[in-house]
Design a protein around this ligand. Structure first.
Ligand code: GLC
Length: 727
């Protein structure tokens, strides 16, 4: 009976009383809060609950999520995952919503992770640019294309810190360092959302996967993660805090179990930290199926209990679980979920929709394909990002840049592949527009004889192409050996037990090396690779990553010297899989000079921050404004750097700190500032930094309380360390 009364009252309230002016929620001159409250007061419980659900629009294009096709979407559904690249279909569904009783627009979401149609380098590659302005620009282009396609919300940036490159999703984040990931999170959020997310050119960002997903045991996906509270605050929360405090409108809860409490039912992270401590006003959407997966994680007996646990922990919207829409009303009627909690979740969803301008602009103006995608300026940015992302790992005898080669052999499974330059999560990108390595080289070196020989496939054991490859190498001045991973070898549900390339690729390299010609090894991958057996065969090495639609042009520009490589590793390259986990900001061992492996080195092949240039940079003396500092005074640091080579080059100066003795032990060094700058040959540039002790010399404890630890600090730039005393 009371349900009937409630419904009747709700319906009466919704009717505009005789002579009522436009309802407050439809009045754009009113504040968002006023509009939210007015609309909420008019909604029935059913309408509120529908706002807390997201389904696909009939299709399910995400191969990792094995779900039924969704039928009969209610007009009042809160959100839809939108797989089309044009707005017409969206507009037709939106029309049904706008014509429903209260006319609440649907918010359309999609995974535009590193570009929508103009595919940029993967996020791990973008992190290697150490260029947040460029990363922001990549995100803003992605937002423009997505918005014009009918998408209001991207499930990006992914800011999970990962120390295990066996985990495929290491490609999707910004590497191993919390500070770098935080800087990139802020840049990406602003790129997506702009200053006014309702301007028709921007979309809502989504910080994911909250939280600790990258700690997946042994690099397997979706598994348990053992994360202490201290490590949660030290390593996994900072990039989310940065994104949330820079205004990210949504957060996505993670699949992983966080030391016994799954991320999608974890009240501490979802409510105590995110909403209460950080003041997050947006909404939390589950990852796909993450609520109903509480059953397999042993946290909920059935979908109804899963719904109860998740909503009460602070998870606001159900992505493709079939839990909230089916069970929340029953749970409210049974008193297991409060109307207040439902209202809080609905307020958050409505607030995002109002701030995105969806009530005023529910539809997207249809445009022609060539008006909305692949614009020249988009491709130019994609090329710049690809050039800045690639990392020169080795360059013996200055083989690179190539000086007018008359014949080039381009060998390997990546020699002429286009599709595999896209990387996982390549949105609406396709291989047909990607510039392959061979195509880029032919365009850049039109007078050279360029022979392309695949040699072998990415895996398998067919060596029938080896002879042709070795012959091509013998006939050439230089070999560009293009090895790497297929698109789907990294990404979601793409864990690998070894980070070495398949044996057949190593065998091809060994065979080609017999030709005795200089080899430039170019590796295309979503994750750091074990290159220690390939390294001795190569004169030069470039970690290309998966740099998207302009890959071939960017690589050719680097090989030709049109572009001096400036990428620096955002993630450590282990010597081999056996070293994993290995990362630069590790704690000091109790016996730093013992405890080593008996069979391999303890040093990684290439450490975080590593990367070469075609020029050389000489660091002058690091100068600090004072060595005795207190919490209230900022410290100025100056680092003169001279380009002592013969070509212009961009150097990224990184500033690390270390607290050698602390009541909670600290890493051997922690990145706190970086700055990149182009320095002309022979010139000197003085990099300036400002250390704010409260931000840069403080740490958090296991409850997220920040504290200063007076005493000795090491400030390190390159190979110089300055001792500081914090009073
Ligand atoms: C996937 C991913 C998540 C993505 C979502 C929607 O399973 O874990 O990152 O945004 O589903 O596709």
């Amino acid at each position: 009976m009371n349900k009937l009364i409630l419904t009747a009252v709700g319906l009466l309230l919704a009717l505009p009383s005789f002579g009522e002016r436009k309802p407050i929620y439809k009045d754009s001159s009113r504040s968002v809060d006023e509009r939210v409250e007015d609309l909420l007061s008019r909604m029935t419980l059913k309408e509120k609950i529908l706002q807390l659900n997201q389904y696909t629009l009939g299709r399910n294009d995400n191969a990792n999520n094995i779900e039924d096709q969704v039928r009969n979407l209610p007009a009042e559904i809160g959100s839809v995952i939108y797989y089309s690249d044009s707005p017409e279909l969206r507009n037709s569904l939106q029309k049904r919503a706008m014509e429903s009783r209260l006319g609440i627009p649907v918010i359309f979401g999609f995974d535009a992770i590193h570009g929508f149609r103009t595919i940029m380098p993967t996020p791990i590659a973008q992190a290697c640019t150490f260029d947040p302005e460029l990363v922001e620009k990549c995100a803003s282009i992605s937002a423009m294309e997505a918005k014009k396609a009918g998408v209001d919300w991207t499930f990006s940036p992914m800011v999970d810190i990962a120390h295990d490159p066996r985990w495929g999703r290491v490609m999707e984040g910004y590497g191993e360092d919390p500070y770098l990931a935080s800087v990139m999170a802020k840049a990406t959020v602003h790129g997506y959302q702009g200053d006014d997310p309702s301007d028709g050119k921007h979309i809502a960002a989504c910080m994911k996967h909250y939280v600790g997903y990258g700690a997946s045991e042994a690099g397997r996906d979706y598994v348990y993660t053992e994360i202490s509270r201290q490590t949660l605050w030290d390593t996994y929360l900072p990039s989310f805090e940065a994104g949330v405090k820079s205004g990210a409108m949504t957060v996505m809860s993670s699949f992983n179990c966080i030391s016994g409490i799954p991320g999608s039912a974890n009240r501490y992270t979802l409510t105590d930290v995110l909403k209460d401590k950080w003041g997050f006003e947006g909404f939390v959407v589950s990852d796909w199926g993450a609520i109903q997966q509480l059953r397999s994680q042993g946290y909920a007996e059935d979908k109804k209990q899963a719904a109860e646990e998740s909503i009460n922990a602070g998870l606001d919207m159900d992505m493709m679980n079939g839990c909230y829409d089916v069970y929340l009303e029953e749970l409210v009627n049974e008193g297991k979920v409060s109307v207040e909690r439902i209202d809080d979740a609905v307020r958050r969803v409505l607030g995002v929709k109002f701030r995105l301008g969806l009530f005023e602009h529910p539809y997207v103006e249809p445009t022609r394909y060539e008006e909305r995608f692949l614009l020249p300026e988009y491709l130019a940015t994609a090329r710049q990002a690809a050039e800045e992302a690639m990392v020169l790992l080795k360059n013996e005898g200055g083989l690179l840049p190539l000086s007018k080669p008359s014949s080039i052999a381009v060998i390997g499974p990546m020699a002429d592949s286009r599709y595999h330059h896209l990387g996982a999560w390549h949105g609406k990108g396709t291989g047909e527009k990607v510039v392959s390595t061979a195509a880029g080289l032919k365009e850049r070196f039109p007078d050279a004889k360029i022979t392309v020989s695949k040699g072998c496939d990415f895996d398998g054991d067919d060596r029938s192409g080896f002879e042709d490859a070795r012959r091509a190498a013998s006939d050439a001045d230089v070999v560009i050996l293009c090895l790497g991973e297929k698109n789907d070898w990294a990404g979601e549900n793409a864990s690998r037990s070894s980070i070495a390339l398949p044996a057949v690729q190593q065998a091809l390299a060994d065979e080609v090396a017999k030709a005795g010609k200089p080899i430039v090894l170019v590796t295309t991958s979503g994750r750091p690779l074990d290159l220690h057996l390939l390294e001795p065969l190569a004169t030069s090495m470039i970690q290309e990553w998966q740099t998207g639609i302009e890959a071939g042009h960017a690589l050719a520009a680097i090989l030709a010297g049109d572009c001096n490589p400036s990428g620096r590793l955002a993630v450590t390259f282990p010597y081999s899989t056996g070293q994993i986990p290995i990362y630069y900001n590790r704690r000091q061992s109790a016996r730093p000079y013992q405890g080593f492996y008996q069979d391999i080195t303890v040093e990684p092949l290439y450490e975080f921050g590593y990367g070469l240039s075609y020029t050389t940079f000489d660091y002058g003396k690091v100068e600090v404004s004072d060595t005795l500092i207190n919490a209230g005074t900022k410290l100025k640091v100056r680092v003169p750097v001279t380009n002592s080579g013969s070509v212009d080059g961009t150097e990224t100066v990184m500033l690390f700190i270390r607290d050698p003795y602390c009541r909670i032990t600290r890493p051997v060094k922690e990145l706190k500032h970086f700055s990149r700058h182009l320095i002309k040959a022979g010139e000197t540039f003085v990099y300036e930094f400002e250390i704010d002790p409260a931000a840069d010399l403080s740490f958090v404890d296991s409850e997220g309380n920040r504290f200063l630890d007076p005493g000795e600090y090491d400030l390190t730039v390159k190979d110089q360390t300055v001792k500081l005393i914090l009073k």
